[in-house]
Design a protein around this ligand. Structure first.
Ligand code: NAP
Length: 243
C-alpha cells in the first residue's frame, strides 16, 4: 500500500507509520517539523518519505498530495491535531485560529484533496483521528478542542456517506487517552493518572485493525464509552466545577 500520514512526525502518527513500514508498505509522513524524526531511527526505513508540511497551508498540502499521490494513494491518515492542557493554558486569538485551522480546515482540506485522487482511481481509505472529547455534549474546560473533534467526527460521517458508492472507506478513530510523548509533556512528564490510559502500541493495534476491517467508527478503550455516556447525562453546571 501507499500510505500518507499527515501529522506523522511524532506520537500516534509516527507509531502508525512505523507499523506500516515494518509491514513492508510505502509510507510518507508529514509535519511542520520533520527534524523531530531522528535519522538514526528513520534511516533503516528505505520505503519512508518525509515532507515538511503545515496542514493549515493549503498550497503546501496540494503540492504534497500531488507529489506523493502521483501513482496511487491507498490510505491517508490524518493525525495532525492541536491540543493543550487547558488547566495551564487559555485560548488567545492566535491559538484559537490555529486550533480551528489545524483540527477542522486542515483535516477537511486533506480529505477533499485525497478523495479527488481516490475517486479517479476508484479505491482508497481515509482515516481521521478524532477524540472521545468530541462525543461529550458539554466539556466546558476544553470546549473548543472538544468541538473541533466533534467536527472531525461529523465531517467523517459526511465523507463516508458521499464516498460509499465509490467504494472508498472512511474510518473515524475516537480514542480516549493515549500515552504519547505529547500527552506526557502536557502533564509534567507523566500521564499515568489519566483515566483508562492506553499504551501507544495498544492504540496502534486498535487503529490498524479498524482500518483493515474498514470499520466506520472505532471508539476505545471500551471503558470510555461508559464514561462518555454517564458524563452526557450530567448537567452542564456540574461539569463546569473543577475539583
Ligand atoms: N494522545 C492522546 O491522548 C489523544 C487522545 C485523543 C485524540 N488524540 C489526537 O491524536 C492526534 C495525535 O496526537 P498525539 O498525542 O500523537 O500528539 P503529537 O505527537 O503532538 O502528534 C501530532 C502530530 O501532528 C503534527 N501536526 C500538528 N500540527 C500540525 C500542522 N499544523 N501541520 C502538520 N502537522 C501538524 C505534529 O507534527 P509537527 O509538530 O512536526 O507539525 C505531530 O506529528 C491528535 O489529533 C490528537 O488530538 C490524542
Amino acid at each position: 500500500m501507499r500510505i500518507l500520514v499527515i501529522g506523522g512526525t511524532s506520537g500516534i502518527g509516527w507509531a502508525l507509520a512505523e507499523h506500516y513500514l515494518n509491514a513492508g508498505h510505502d509510507v510518507a509522513v508529514c509535519g511542520r517539523n520533520i527534524g523531530k524524526l531522528k535519522s538514526e531511527v528513520t534511516n533503516k526505513y528505505t520505503k519512508l518519505k518525509k515532507y515538511a508540511l503545515d496542514i493549515t497551508d493549503k498550497g503546501m498540502l496540494i503540492s504534497v498530495v500531488d507529489d506523493y499521490a502521483r501513482d496511487t494513494l491507498d490510505l491517508v491518515i490524518v493525525c495532525a491535531g492541536f491540543y493543550f492542557n487547558n488547566r495551564h493554558h487559555t485560548l488567545d486569538e492566535s491559538t484559537t485560529l490555529s486550533m480551528l485551522q489545524t483540527n477542522i480546515s486542515g483535516m477537511n482540506d486533506t480529505f477533499l484533496l485525497c478523495s479527488k485522487k481516490m475517486l479517479q482511481q476508484k479505491s482508497g481509505r481515509l482515516v481521521a483521528i478524532a477524540s472521545v472529547a468530541g462525543l461529550l455534549k458539554h466539556y466546558p474546560s476544553a470546549s473548543l478542542y472538544s468541538q473541533t473533534k466533534r467536527s472531525v467526527i461529523q465531517l467523517c460521517d459526511a465523507y463516508r456517506v458521499a464516498l460509499a458508492p465509490f467504494t472508498i472507506a472512511v474510518t473515524t478513530i475516537i480514542p480516549g487517552y493515549i500515552d504519547t510523548e505529547k500527552l506526557r509533556e502536557l502533564n509534567q512528564g507523566d500521564a499515568s493518572k489519566k483515566p483508562f490510559l492506553m499504551r501507544e502500541a495498544q492504540a496502534v493495534e486498535k487503529i490498524v485493525s479498524a482500518i483493515s476491517n474498514r470499520k466506520p467508527i472505532a471508539i476505545f478503550p471500551w471503558q470510555m464509552r461508559g464514561v462518555i455516556f454517564l458524563m452526557n447525562l450530567l448537567p452542564k453546571w456540574l461539569l463546569a466545577i473543577r475539583f
